[in-house]
Structures are given as structure tokens and as C-alpha cells.
Design a binder for this molecule. Structure first.
Ligand SMILES: Nc1ncnc2c1ncn2[C@@H]1O[C@H](COP(=O)(O)OP(=O)(O)OP(=O)(O)O)[C@@H](O)[C@H]1O
Length: 348
């Protein structure tokens, strides 16, 4: 329909208070912008239409849900979905990162937002990121924030689940995933990227696995969508160095420094008052803790204060929570040492 006609429909439906007709006309405008490849404008309009003034209420709450994502593909053997689609409403305040990582990610966001401008100069944005580092240091959280700030849904793919015991089936699963992804624009998170390399050390399988990694990276390179691909791994050393080179950016999420631990404590205690607590003491006691550890310590301390009926957190609450964390770490460390030494004994 000509643009003038759609605009007339939009205005008429508004003046007659016909919500469904208004919604339909607005949707037509969004589709028209998409067909002109004005994807960012279309996304912005969609957001305004569906989230209104940010109070979470949908304009057309009595109409069908705004965005029905297509049904995810499933693994033939297990019948389990190969991916999940999620939407988040997070900002950069929801992840505590070093300045260097933040700057790199900001650059990636800018390039992806302005991909039309780059394309006009024959350039493409960085769209393949490899996030490495120990568990609980914010890799998944970063992918969620990236999807939020780019205004795109997050497609979550756990590669450990995709890698079927039959390698042939794995290739089919990857193909199914990319057929799905090509239907729209997303941030795509391949979690446990090392699953490709893990437990497959027989010479034959190794060659096969290499082919799979290459085919996955080729699928990413050749995809028609302008999605952002993020791979995350806790075991980057298991990956072939040649794989690293295929990513536009490799970002290492290390355990947080003193400054970052202080920022994490401050972030995760934001909901309570603690005027008599000196956080630096606890920051010092938690060297080696991850973001997830500090989040748990803060939650434990806050729960203790709340259940006691206090509105203020005390030194004692935090000290108890930190001690509990340290004890837990000792248990984990001892049992890992025990498991390692007994497996060494067996091999002797
Ligand atoms: N840098 C961080 N800033 C803010 N929160 C963090 C950070 N790191 C971890 N967290 C908190 O810990 C939770 C777990 O972290 P996340 O899942 O992002 O870790 P991960 O590195 O992806 O670990 P895994 O490899 O086990 O998936 C997050 O949901 C978040 O609440």
C-alpha cells in the first residue's frame, strides 16, 4: 500500500480509537521500513510501538503478541530444541568490565549500529567475537547486554547440546541452526564453544572436528543476516589457534582486579544501605573471586540483614558471607586436588 494510504489509516484509527487498526497500520509502516533495509529505524519503531513509554505495557495488549519467534529447530535424536531465543532489557551498568574490554565492545556496538554507513564504503562491521576466560566472569552477561544495547533478541546456543554423538547429525544440527538464524537479525551466542574440541581426541575424530569448526565458522562468514556472533569458552586452550584468528576480536575475561571487585560489590549491594561498612576490607579478602562469587556473597549478606529485619547491612553480615565463600572455595580446591591426584594414581 502507498505510504500516504498507510498514514491515513494510522491517523484515522487513532482518532477513532481503533487500537487494532492503529496497531496494524503501524506494523505496516515498520514492514515497509524493513523492506527498505532501514532495520535500525524499524527496530526502534517496533520498540516504541510495543513498549510504549517504557512502562512495559504493550500498546495493543489485547492483540496477538508482537513478535512470535519462529519455533526453534530440534535435535533429531533427543527431540530437544537446539537454541533458545530470549530478550533482555539491560544496560552497560549491568556488567562490570575493564576499560579496555568496555572500549572494544563499544566499538563493536557502534560498528554494528552503523553497518549501513560502513557498507556504503565497502566495509563490514566486526561481527565475530570470541569471549574467553574462567566461569562466572561475565561472558554470558556481556552477550545479554550486547543484545539489549543493540535492541536485538539473543539466540542462545549451547554447543555441547548441539554436538550429537553422531558427527553427521552435528553437521545437520548446525545447518538447521543457521537456517533459523537467517530469518532475522540477532545477537547469537554460541556457549561452550570448546565443546567442539573437547573429548574428541582420537585421530579420526580430530580431523572430523576440525572440519566441523571450519564449517561453523564458514556458516558464520557466509550468513546473509547482519547478526552479531559471540562465541564463549572457559577452555580457550582447547581451541586450535587457527580458530582464534578467524574471530574479529578475542576478548579475555579475567578474574576481576581490586578496582573491579570494588565496583562489583558496589553494584550488587546497590539495593541496601551499609553506612558503617568499609568495602575495601572485603575487596582485599576476595582476591581470585569471580563476578558470580561476589554477586553470591552480596546476596547472602543482604538476605541475612533482611531476614533479621534490619534495613542496614553490617560488617558482620558481609564478613560472614565472605568467610562462607572462602570455606566453600577451600572445599572445592581440596576436592579438585583429590580428584586430580587419584586420577594420576590410576594412571600409574
Ligand atoms: N563482570 C561482571 N559484571 C557483573 N556481573 C557479573 C560479572 N561477572 C559475573 N557476573 C554475575 O555472575 C553471573 C554469572 O556470570 P556469567 O554467566 O556471565 O559468567 P560466564 O563467564 O558466562 O560463565 P560460564 O562460562 O560459566 O557461563 C552473571 O549473571 C552476573 O550476575
Amino acid at each position: 500500500m502507498a505510504r500516504g494510504e498507510i498514514l491515513k489509516k494510522l491517523f484515522q484509527s487513532f482518532s477513532r480509537n481503533e487500537r487494532e487498526a492503529f496497531y496494524a497500520a503501524a506494523q505496516e509502516i515498520i514492514e515497509e521500513e524493513k523492506s527498505k533495509s532501514h532495520h535500525l529505524l524499524a527496530k526502534d519503531l517496533e520498540k516504541i510501538l510495543h513498549n510504549g513509554n517504557g512502562n512495559g505495557k504493550t500498546l495493543a495488549s489485547n492483540v496477538a503478541p508482537w513478535h512470535q519467534f519462529p519455533e526453534p529447530p530440534k535435535d533429531k535424536e533427543t527431540g530437544l530444541p537446539l537454541l533458545e531465543v530470549k530478550q533482555f532489557d539491560l544496560t552497560w551498568n549491568h556488567v562490570i568490565l575493564s576499560e579496555t574490554i568496555f572500549d572494544t565492545l563499544n566499538e563493536v556496538v557502534l560498528e554494528n549500529r552503523k553497518q549501513d554507513v560502513l557498507a556504503a564504503h565497502g566495509l563490514r562491521p566486526k561481527n565475530k567475537l570470541l569471549l574467553c576466560g574462567p566461569p562466572g566472569c561475565g561472558k554470558t552477561q556481556t552477550a545479554k547486554v550486547l543484545s539489549s544495547v543493540l535492541g536485538l533478541p539473543l539466540v542462545y546456543i549451547n554447543l555441547a547440546a548441539v554436538f550429537s554423538s553422531y558427527l553427521g547429525e552435528t553437521a545437520t544440527n548446525l545447518q538447521k541452526i543457521f537456517t533459523y538464524i537467517e530469518q532475522d537479525e540477532w545477537v547469537v551466542l554460541f556457549d561452550e564453544f570448546d565443546a567442539i574440541a573437547r573429548d574428541r581426541d582420537t585421530p579420526n575424530e580430530h580431523g572430523e572436528v576440525k572440519r566441523l569448526v571450519n564449517s561453523l565458522l564458514q556458516l558464520i562468514d557466509n550468513t546473509e543476516t547482519s547478526s552479531l556472533f559471540v562465541a564463549a569458552t572457559n577452555h580457550e586452550k582447547l581451541l586450535d589457534p587457527a580458530v582464534w584468528r578467524r574471530f574479529d576480536e578475542v576478548i579475555f575475561f579475567d578474574r576481576p582486579t581490586v578496582e573491579l571487585r570494588l565496583a562489583l560489590f558496589t553494584r550488587y549491594l546497590a539495593a541496601v544501605r551499609y553506612p558503617k561498612v568499609d568495602l575495601t576490607e572485603f575487596v582485599g579478602m576476595t582476591e581470585g573471586a569471580t563476578g558470580a562469587d561476589i554477586e553470591r556473597i552480596c546476596a547472602d549478606a543482604m538476605k541475612a540483614a533482611i531476614l533479621r529485619g534490619d534495613r542496614e547491612l553490617t560488617e558482620y553480615d558481609l564478613a560472614t558471607a565472605v568467610k562462607r565463600y572462602l570455606a566453600r572455595e577451600r572445599v572445592i580446591c581440596n576436592s579438585t586436588n583429590f580428584l586430580t591426584s587419584s586420577s594420576n594414581d590410576e594412571s600409574v
